[in-house]
Design a protein around this ligand. Structure first.
Ligand code: ACO
Length: 265
């Protein structure tokens, strides 16, 4: 499959996204800076479509925000009863059955889940704010390169909600249950510097140095055979859910595929 996704410039603009593909690196930019890259259903649908349509030769997907901030989370117009006519307005949604709402949220969750596809490694570049859905989007990426003055906040509990965009599992995996609970229940701000200390961020740098840090990361992530890296990502991802014996079996099975790929038979 070609690396170029099929969305037109107009479709990308409508979704509030930019996409660039440079060699094996695709960059998805949330591009609604006037509202601090707040997220709406059409943005999630666009992101899901991009991630599905990226070619098999894409090795790294970078997710970032336009205008110096990552994302202020859910577009608050979606919670506003006065804007019930807006696509995805949650107040209007309440006319549906529980199951219909659950199914709708499953669709919203798709791009967040697709970021864990083993075909590529996903890297969030976070500066400014990563609030609520923005924090979850960063969490759903495999790796995070973070400005030291970035501000993460899992705001949902403060609004009477739960984080439901696939962020809870990677948060627990990154920082452990107790720290994850403390961050979510308090809805406090976690600075970029703290994110590095507690394992949320793999690289912390001054904002002006993020692009350099990203370039170095991309070079390292793409230096070795794609098939081996993808298969290793899949093994590591599934390790926590498997018994030791099942993980050993998965390793052996993956290795046979590598042997055959290397030998060409
Ligand atoms: N939804 C819709 N509009 C937003 C959002 C949002 N989440 N965040 C910011 N905006 C808009 C503001 O209304 C403002 O619009 P205006 O220029 O028409 O007045 C514009 O973006 C700039 O916002 P400011 O607050 O002026 O920008 P500042 O840089 O000072 O602050 C910050 C940024 C901290 C992100 C602040 O805007 C904020 O707290 N936003 C709300 C965050 C939030 O509660 N998100 C929902 C979390 S829950 C979830 O995601 C499920």
């Amino acid at each position: 499959m070609s690396t170029i996704a099929t969305m037109t410039a107009d479709e990308l603009a409508h979704a509030g996204l930019r996409l660039s593909v440079d060699g094996v690196v695709a960059t998805i930019t949330l591009d609604r800076p006037a509202v601090r890259n707040a997220q709406v259903p059409r943005l999630w649908a666009g992101m899901a479509r991009i991630l599905r349509e990226l070619g098999d030769d894409v090795r790294v997907v970078v997710v970032r925000g336009a205008g110096g901030t990552f994302s202020a989370g859910l577009d608050l117009s979606l919670l506003d009863p006065a804007q019930a006519e807006e696509e995805g307005n949650f107040i209007a949604t309440l006319a549906s059955s529980d199951q219909e709402i659950i199914d709708q949220i499953a669709i919203y969750q798709e791009p967040f889940a697709l970021l864990s596809d083993p075909r590529f490694i996903t890297v969030a570049v976070v500066e400014g704010h990563a609030i609520g859905a923005g924090f979850q989007l960063a969490l759903c990426c495999d790796l995070r390169i973070v400005a030291d003055d970035a501000r993460f906040c899992m705001k949902e509990p403060a609004l009477g909600l739960v984080p439901d965009l696939v962020g809870t599992k990677p948060l627990v995996a990154a920082v452990g249950y107790a720290r994850a609970l403390e961050i979510c229940a308090s809805a406090r701000v976690v600075s970029g510097a703290e994110a590095g200390e507690i394992g949320l961020a793999q690289v912390v740098a001054p904002a002006a140095e993020l692009d350099g840090a990203l370039a170095a990361m991309v070079e390292a992530l793409t230096a070795h055979p794609h098939g081996a890296v993808s298969a290793t990502k899949a093994l590591l991802q599934d390790a926590p859910a498997r018994s030791l014996d099942d993980q050993r079996l998965a390793e052996r099975t993956a290795q046979v595929k590598r042997f055959r790929a290397l030998a060409g038979r």
